[in-house]
Design a binder for this molecule. Structure first.
Ligand SMILES: [Zn+2]
Length: 346
């Protein structure tokens, strides 16, 4: 029996639900026999759990705990290879961010207490280290996938990154982690066609700002509009594909929009590597937005991304956590995303 509501219930409740749709997607014999396969690297670091912008802030350390719990429910925790995210070199970050901005942010980081950048974004004494690990995770994940050590990778890091512009922190973000990874793939590995796919409910304005006009990057972003960060909906064929969605959009409509906008653009671009800004705040339970996606929609889009990657780039995918603020929904959604990556790499 399908348990349509189980993805919205607590993780503990889900532990006993063998009928969950995301467990039903594979025969139990496969689940029992694939512990040896480590096709997906999982990059994270304890520092990412110490960045804290204050009680009640939705971008909380509990988010990474939720992702870990969700993986346990699905069972994908046994099929990933956990790796510590290194701190990024500032030179890797300065490929995509203004050097003066980076140096000023490093100097701004407090030794104690909290320093506020804007109404939503603040640094505690651990925030700089967490941000460096977040960017470093993308660099290390890119290296691991390019070296063929693993098929793909997920970076469970925070702070998120896709709102951080070339010279500006905003929207919970300091360094644009996915942009750092994509720029590293181009500069250090010689790639000339890198796709960044962003299904966070908020437009990835930082990633657009970094790569606008860069012929090496195709950036596709689906997002609710109007909503923060209130950017224009204008696409640039071949390099910037924007998929704005109205409040109340259901998963079925989201899927059609992705098939209409992203898949043809990817077929034309023929990426050599795919990065994913994996935000899960378009889930119907999320408190910060008004789309109606469910966890199985994240499995669906990950499967589509994996199909494209299999055709054009030997399955090379590096995905990183962006938003997602309803903890149970985040747990279930991230888990099926990582499960899909893991199965794609087998
Ligand atoms: Zn978001």
């Amino acid at each position: 029996m399908r348990a349509p509501g189980c993805l919205l219930h607590s993780i503990d409740a889900c532990c006993s639900m063998t009928a969950c749709e995301w467990r039903d997607r594979r025969p139990s014999s496969e689940i029992d026999n694939d512990e040896q396969l480590m096709s997906t690297a999982y990059f994270s670091h304890a520092d990412c759990g110490l960045h804290d912008m204050g009680g009640g802030h939705p971008e909380s350390p509990d988010r990474l705990i939720a992702v870990d719990k969700g993986m346990g429910v699905v069972g994908v925790d046994k099929r990933i290879e956990r790796r510590d995210a290194p701190a990024a070199d500032l030179d890797a970050i300065k490929r995509v961010h203004d050097a003066r901005y980076v140096d000023e942010l490093v100097a701004f980081a407090p030794g104690q207490g909290m320093r506020r950048i804007d109404g939503d974004t603040a640094m505690n004494p651990h925030s700089l280290d967490a941000a460096l690990r977040g960017a470093g995770a993308l660099v290390a994940a890119t290296d691991a996938v390019m070296a063929g050590e693993v098929a793909n990778a997920f970076c469970a890091v925070r702070p998120p990154g896709h709102h951080a512009e070339h010279a500006r922190a905003m929207g919970f973000c300091f360094f644009d982690n996915v942009a750092v990874g994509a720029a590293h793939a181009i500069a250090a590995h010689g790639l000339s066609r890198v796709a960044i796919l962003d299904f966070d409910v908020h437009h990835g304005n930082g990633t657009e700002d970094v790569f606008r006009g860069n012929p090496n990057v195709l950036f596709c972003s689906s997002y609710q509009n109007p909503l923060f960060p209130h950017t224009s909906d204008t696409s640039v064929p071949g390099s910037l594909i924007k998929t704005p969605l109205r409040a109340g959009t259901a998963g079925s409509v989201f899927r059609k929009a992705i098939e209409r906008d992203w898949l043809p653009a990817l077929d034309t671009f023929r990426p050599e590597m795919i990065f994913v800004s994996a935000g899960f705040d378009a889930h119907r339970s999320d408190p910060l937005a008004d789309l109606l996606l469910e966890a199985h929609d994240y499995a669906w889009i990950t499967d589509r991304i994996a199909e494209v990657a299999a055709i054009y780039c030997d399955g090379r995918i590096v995905s990183t956590l962006e938003g997602g603020y309803a903890l149970d929904a985040l747990a279930a959604s991230a888990a099926v995303h990582i499960d899909s990556l893991s199965r794609a790499g087998e």
